[in-house]
Design a binder for this molecule. Sequence first.
Ligand code: OAD
Length: 239
Amino acid sequence: MKTIVIFSGAGLSAESGIPTFRDSNGLWHNHKVEDVATQQGWRKNKQLVLDFYKARMENVVKAKPNDAHKAIAKLQDKFNVINITQNIDDLLERIKCKNVWHLHGDLLSRKCEYHLSILDDPKFTCDYLESHTEPVKLGDLCPKCNYQCRPNVVWFGEKVDMKNDSIKELIKITDIFITVGTSVQVYPAASFIKIFNYVSRKYIIDPNPVGSLIGFNKLKGTAVEKIPNLVDELLKQEI
Ligand code: OAD
C-alpha cells in the first residue's frame, strides 16, 4: 500500500466555519498573539486566555467535517494516509481518519500549566494530560500537582514535538506529499515542507499557494474545491 502524507493548516477547516489565523478575517487580526498564545500572556491574564480557547472550543463543537475532510478519509480505502496537522480541531478524527498527529495540540484535551511538554525548564515536570469535553475554567486544578489546568495547545515559544525518529522512518516510505491550507509561516511546523521536499509527487492546495515552493503541483483553490477531485484522481490511478 502506498503512503500519502497530508500536511494541513487552518485552511483545511475554514469551510467548516473555523476561522484561519492570518487571512483578512483571521484570528490574529482580532486578537493579539502575545495576549492569548504565549506564556507571558498566560501569566498576565489567565482568564483572557481561557475565554479565547473557550470560544475556539465552542466553534469547533458546532463545526462539521467538510467535503475535504471526507475525501481525505476516503483516501484511506487504498492508501496508508498520515495526517500531520497544525489544527487543534478534531474534524479529521470525527470523519474516522486513523493517523492524525496534532503538532500544535488539540482543544479537546487539557494539561497542567507545568506540563513537561511545554518547556525545557526544571519547573515543568508534571505529566497530567487528559481528554475533556468542557473548556478549562479558572480554578480547574491539576489533579496531580494542584496548579491551574490549561488547554492542551502549543503556544508561541513552547516546544513542538517533531517526532524526529518517526519522521526519519516516515520519509523513507512516503510516495505522495500533500500540503493544504497553511501559510507555512510558523516554525518548526513549516519545516515539513523541506523535510518532505525529496518526495517526487507533491501537491499544494491553497487559494494563495506559497510562491516559492519548487517541485509542487500547485492547485489554486479552496480545500473543498480541490481535495475531492484530487482524491478521486488518486483513487483511480493507484492500486
Ligand atoms: P494561517 O492562517 O497562517 O494560514 C491559512 C492558510 O489557509 C492561508 O495560506 C490561506 O490562503 C489558506 N486558506 C484560507 N481559506 C482556505 C480554504 N478554504 N481552503 C484551503 N486553504 C485556505 O494558518 P496556519 O498556516 O494553519 O499556531 O497557521 C499555522 C499556525 O499559526 C497555527 O497552527 C497557529 C497559528 O498561529 C499556534 O497557535 C501555535
